[in-house]
Ligand binder design. Sequence first.
Ligand code: AHR
Length: 646
Amino acid sequence: MKFRAIIFLMAICSQSLFAQKHFEVDVSKTVAEVQPDMYGVFFEDINFGADGGLYAELIKNRSFEFDQPFVGWLPFGNVDVKNDNPCFDRNPNYVRLNETGLRRGTGLENEGFRGIGFKKNDSYRFSFYARSLDGGEKKFGIELVSSGEEVIGRGELLVSGNNWEKYECIIKSNATDAKGKVRLFLKTAGEVDLDHISMFPTETWLNRENGLRKDLVEALYELNPGVFRFPGGCIIEGNTLETRYLWKNSVGPVENRPLNENRWNYTFKHRFFPDYYQTYGLGFYEYFLLSEDLGAEPLPVISCGLACQYESEECVHVDDLEPYIEDAVDLIEFANGPVDSEWGKVRAEMGHPEPFNLKYLAIGNEQWGEGYVERLIPFMEVLREKYPEIKIIGTAGPAPDGENFDFLWPKMTELKVDLVDEHYYRSPEWFLANAERYDSYDRNGPKVFAGEFASHHKTRDNNLRAAISEAAFMTGLERNADIVQLATYAPLFAHYDAWQWKPDMIWFDNLQVVRTPNYYVQQMYGHNTGTNVLSIIADGANITGQDSLYASAVIDENTSEVIVKVVNASDEVQDINIDLKGLKKSIEKAEVKITCLHSNQPEAINTREAPNTLVPTHSSVWASESGFKLKALGNAFYVCRVKIKN
Ligand code: AHR
C-alpha cells in the first residue's frame, strides 16, 4: 500500500504543473519583414577587447608612448627613452640601447597583455624599427620566454646603417604557455635606437599582417552577425573631448597612429588600469574590413561633441561643431567615396579600392538632454543634404525608461532620425516583463535599434538564467520586427585577467575562448533570422509570459522554412502542440530540426575549465499533418525549423 502511494505521488510530481499548450502559427500571411541584418554585435575596446584581445599584437606599449614609457617593459643594462629625430612623428618616443659590454647586457623584456600566449609549434612575427648610431652592424637576440623563465624560442636580427629601417624575423615556439614574455638584447657592443617593437602570431584571421586573433574572430563569424556596431560605447565620447575616439587617427600606417587613452582605464568601482590605452592598431579600416569579412553591415558611432556625460560636462559650443560634422562627412567618404576623393583615396591606399557600402551612422552614444538635441540638429542638416541615403541613428539615452528617455524619444521623432538606439542593462525580471515592450510602440516614428542590452542579475555572471531572459525578450523584438530593426548584445569581449565590466558575450584569456550561454542565444537568433514575421498565439491569446512561455515565429521565404522560437523560463517541463495554420499541403513526416539551450541549473555558467557546460544541442521530431509537438524543458530556449510546401 505504502509502495503504491509513493508510485502515485511520483507520477503526480513528474507531471507538468502546467496544462498542455496549443500554439498556433499562421503561415498563410506574413505580418512584417525581418531585416536581414537584424541580429548583430556591438564591439567596444572595453575589458581588453581590442588591445590585448581581438587585435593580435602581443607587445604592450610597443611605441613607448604610454604616460610612463616603460609600462609593460623591463629594461636592463643601458636603455633610455628619446624622442629627437624620431622614426614616427605622431609617436615620437623610442629607446636607445647602449651595450658597453661591462654589465649583464643591454635589452628589454615585454610582459604582453597579462602575459603573452605562446602555442607549441606556432610561429610569431617579431619586428622593430632600428638604426645603428655609428652605422655599423649590430646583432640582436630575441627570446620567447615561458612563465617558468625557460627560453622556448629564439630569433636573431642584424641591424645596420644609421637610418631607420624595419627588421623582422619569424620565431617558432617549442612550448605552450599563456603567460610568457619576450626578451630582446644586444649581442654586440655599440648604440642602437629601436621603435615600434611588435610581435604577432603569423596565423591571424585570414593570415593578415597587423591582423586579428583568429580564434576570437571565428567566434564572431560563427554568430552570423548581420550588423557590426563599433567602436563604442562611451569610448567614442572620451573622458574628455580631447580623448574622444578620432577615427582619422586610426587609419593610415599603423606605426604612426597616435596613441589615445582608454576611457576604461578605470571602472566605476575605482579599479584602475593604468596600462590600458588605445593604440588604434585596430582602427576604422580594420573595423570596416572585419564587417565585410563577417558579412555584417558596418555601423560606426561617432562623437557628437559631448564628452562622456557620466564623467564630465565638457562639450563643444554648437557654433564650433564644424570639425565634428566634418569628421562624420569624411567618414562616409572614407567608407563609400571614389578612389579619387580625399578619403576614398586613403581607403584605396590601405588596400580597399572598392567601397565598404556604409549604410548606417550613429551620432553620439548614450547622450542625454537638450545639449544632445542641439548638437544632433546641425549634424543632420549637413548629412541629410550631402548623404540622404545614409540612415542616421540617434539615441534615447543610457536607460530604457525615465526622464532622459521620455525627453529624447519625442525629440528623435521630431527630428526624423531613422533609428533610435535604446540601451537596456536590467534584471532578468525586467527582460521577461518587457518581452511585450514593443507590441504597443508607435509605428509612425523612427525604428528602434536595441543597441546595447544584457540581463544584469546580482552576481552579473553570464549564467543561463540571464541568457534565457534575453532570449525571451528577443521574442518580443522579433515579433515586432517592423519597428525593431537591429539588435546587438553588449559588451562583446572580456579578458579574464583584465575586465572592467560584466556580463559579456565572449570571455577569453591569452590562449582560450569561452562562449557564454548569452552568446549561444545570440547565435541561435543570428542563424535563424528568417525573412518575415508570422503571427503566433496560444489558445487564442498573446503567448508572452503565459506560464512563463515566450515565443515568436518567422518564415524564411528563400527556403520555405517556418522557424519557431520558444522560451520556457519556468523550471517545469511544458508540453506544447505547435499548429501551423494555413498550410496548403500536409507536412506529415517532415523533419522538424530542433536546437535547444537548456540546463536544470539556471545559475550554471561556462568556464575555462568547463567551457561546454552550456551549449546548444540538436535533435529532431517528425511533424504531423499540420504541426509538431515540443516537450519544452524548464529553463530552455528552443529554435524549431520545418520546411513547408506552400
Ligand atoms: O557596454 C559598456 C558601456 O555601457 C558602453 O560603453 C556604454 O554605451 C554603456 O553605458
